[in-house]
Design a protein around this ligand. Structure first.
Ligand code: SAM
Length: 268
């Protein structure tokens, strides 16, 4: 197939990618037939997947708006994805146009497209890096240029820690980030789970191995430990629609069917 202009040279067009599958689910346009085919297979095993992805993106918007309205003006968004509507810098800038945002992703399409969208924006940048290497992210010159770690910052790990296998030590990675940020900083996490899900979800999880980033489903207890050393804000680590819904009608009848948990915490 021919490479569209938004896809950087060298990417494997024959292999689906997690960021492009997610982009497809949330209504973006930066995905290939091979991504859409995997997305449809995933949805066949787990019909709630498209809704979970949309619920994740909705939580991102609610969370960033809350943080910006709470006075946070620096955001480090790790596993930021392919930009689509309601990106972190747009939500934050609607509250505070001077807010600074650094996007971090391992996917070349996500990085290239973010770069194109942010071109000329002095308050936002994107870097290509691995969430499993937080020290490198923290030392990156573009991160250092935009984010002052002596002041509170929001670290967003939305929909990304489930791409880190245990040997990548996700808990250790979060701990490195916690050590680096100033008191008053925040940590937001969303993470896929098998809790409350039909067993077929395990088939969907195996299918995700066709991308270069297979998903690891974790329990509520495991996901909650990532907040060790932080003070969790209400309502704690909950199914995505239950995290501070703007309208009770948004919660739906079976929020526990959401295949992911989310939470927000502060460093005191
Ligand atoms: C499900 S999307 C989430 C996007 C966005 N954070 C959101 O919540 O809407 C997950 C993103 O994490 C990225 N990702 C996966 N593994 C990663 C890693 N080890 N380091 C950095 N990014 C990673 C993928 O490329 C993808 O863009």
């Amino acid at each position: 197939m021919t490479r569209p202009s938004w896809a950087p040279e060298g990417i494997d067009l024959e292999r689906p990618s997690a960021s492009r599958v997610y982009d497809y689910f949330i209504g973006g346009l930066h995905n290939f037939e091979i991504d859409r085919a995997l997305a449809e297979q995933l949805a066949a095993f787990s019909p709630s997947i498209p809704e979970t992805m949309r619920a994740n993106r909705e939580l991102l918007r609610r969370c960033v708006r809350f943080l910006a309205e709470s006075g946070i003006d620096q955001f480090l968004d790790i596993g930021s994805g392919i930009p689509t509507v309601g990106n972190v810098h747009e939500v934050a800038h609607a509250v505070d146009p001077s807010a600074r945002v650094v996007y971090v992703d391992i996917d070349p399409v996500a990085v290239a497209h973010s770069g194109a969208i942010l071109d000329g924006d002095p308050n936002a940048a994107v870097i290509h890096a691995d969430a499993a290497e937080p020290a490198k992210i923290l030392a990156d010159p573009q991160v250092r240029a935009l984010i002052d770690f002596d002041r509170p910052v929001a670290v967003l790990l939305l929909g990304v820690l489930h791409f880190l296998a245990e040997d990548a030590d996700p808990a250790g990675c979060v701990a490195v980030l916690r050590e680096a940020v100033a008191p008053g900083s925040y940590l937001a996490i969303t993470h896929a789970t098998l809790d409350g899900q039909p067993a077929e979800v395990l088939e969907a999880q195996k299918l995700s191995g066709r991308t270069s980033t297979e998903i690891v489903l974790r329990t509520h207890e495991q996901i909650s430990t990532y907040f060790d050393g932080w003070t969790l804000l209400e309502p704690g680590v909950v199914h995505l629609p239950l995290w501070r819904p703007e309208d009770p009608a948004d919660v739906g009848e079976n929020p526990w069917e959401s295949g992911a948990f989310g939470g927000l915490a502060r460093k005191d």
